[in-house]
Design a protein around this ligand. Structure first.
Ligand code: SAH
Length: 396
């Protein structure tokens, strides 16, 4: 077959054989590659490296989808999706909500598919994948069931890649809202609203873990989004939960979820900047038995690392001071530039400044339907620690 050729600079092939991302700086020349189209990637000596989708606009100009000499046709997409769906917990057996296809980690860089009960939600993150949407949807349905498909493309990647983000039903429509079960908790999802494809599916196992730890405790769910952690804690027998969130839409959805689970009367939502609210709670001498810190990524790029580290340290320090003796802190970073080791170091600094001694009960990460590829370290992005305060700080 004849596809346009992207020739790498000398010495760039070793990385390209292991990692799907090719940057403009890696490229010697491209012959005939139309934006969004498939290209054959070759090394400086014209030896085959792989095949991917090309876009001259962003710095990350090509994402490899295969390292075999095979066409990127509908049969290819069907095979990739079938492989993705064969991961335990995915496929037609999944009845609640979960990730079915996760971009680079599933060999379909730029494409995400999730299931929410009877609905499939897809997200195209690259021009190339947006152009393949009509091949991807039938392939997805072939494996996951002939369900209504909602497109939930995000504005930022679409702008970067230069395509019109699709938001709406792909063809036939489904219900505007569904309620999905996450173990013992029910969560509402309104398609086209909220973050990601609706829920933070990457936190599902941690939601459930926390629900099992919160019995009889007062819980603080900071950066609560739609209050999934608080719902799990309260259904698990927590005494009270205080939720902090700054987005009005998320707060409305959080209220709905607390009501849906019959726990609203034990919960309070504070509409505030969590940085300010944590400081205020410390001032008034509040104490909690369990605290969750699940902020948005503070470091979107390498250059923002220092400011991000300061932000993580600040909230962790405050939270540690708010914990009662024996209290638990479930703290997360979803910035992939913050490694697990760096995150632990930041938490250690916070503990030293807060004057608390804490034990690492568990390291936490993304749910297994967000698999980590050893050769693509960016696929491990959610770093968490479950800490237990063994000796409280001043005034504790
Ligand atoms: N814990 C949630 C996901 C949290 S995502 C879950 O498991 O479902 C991070 C949330 O923090 C988003 O809802 C965002 O609106 C909120 N947020 C971002 N900056 C904030 C701030 N400074 N103060 C309070 N909330 C903030």
């Amino acid at each position: 077959m004849r596809t346009p050729i992207l020739r790498l600079k000398r010495g760039r092939e070793a990385r390209a054989r292991a990692h799907p991302w090719i940057f403009k700086g890696d490229v010697a020349d491209v012959s005939g590659g139309a934006p969004g189209a498939a290209v054959t990637v070759v090394d400086a000596g014209n030896r085959f490296v792989g095949r991917g989708l090309y876009n001259p606009r962003p710095a990350l100009c090509c994402r490899l989808l295969t390292w075999r000499d095979e066409p990127l046709d509908p049969a290819f997409f069907r095979r990739q999706i079938a492989t993705a769906l064969a991961l335990p917990g995915r496929g037609p057996a999944l009845s609640g909500a979960g990730r079915l296809v996760w971009s680079e980690a599933d060999g379909l860089a730029g494409f995400v598919a999730d299931r929410y009960g009877p609905i499939l939600v897809i997200q195209c993150l690259t021009l190339g994948m947006a152009a393949c949407r009509h091949e991807l949807v039938p392939a997805l349905r072939a494996g996951a069931g002939d369900l209504p498909v909602f497109s939930a493309d995000e504005a930022a990647p679409a702008r970067l890649e230069g395509f019109e983000p699709a938001r709406g039903w792909f063809d036939r429509s489904g219900p505007a809202r569904v309620i999905v079960e996450e173990a013992t908790v029910r969560l509402g999802v309104t398609f086209g609203e909220g973050h990601k494809t609706g829920l933070y599916l990457d936190q599902r196992d941690n939601h459930i873990r926390l629900g099992a730890l919160a019995h009889g405790r007062d819980v603080l769910d900071a950066f609560c989004y739609t209050a999934a952690f608080a719902c799990h804690a309260l259904v698990g027998g927590a005494r009270r939960a205080l939720c902090i969130e700054s987005s009005p839409e998320a707060i409305a959805a959080a209220r709905d979820n607390l009501t849906l689970n019959g726990v609203a009367e034990r919960a309070e939502i504070v509409a505030a900047n969590a940085f300010d609210e944590l400081r205020r709670l410390e001032r008034v001498g509040a104490r909690f038995g369990v605290i969750v810190l699940d902020p948005p990524p503070f470091a979107r790029g390498r250059q923002a690392l220092e400011a991000a580290a300061r932000g993580y340290k600040e909230i962790n320090l405050r939270a540690m001071r708010l914990l009662e003796p024996g209290g638990l802190l479930a703290t997360f970073s979803c910035s992939h530039h913050i490694s697990a080791a760096l995150f632990e170091e930041i938490c250690r600094d916070a503990a030293l400044d807060a004057g608390v001694r804490a034990r690492v009960v568990e390291t936490l990460t993304q749910s297994p339907d967000h698999p980590v590829l050893l050769t693509v370290p960016e696929t491990r992005y959610l770093n968490g620690l479950l800490l237990e305060v063994v000796q409280p700080g001043p005034g504790g």
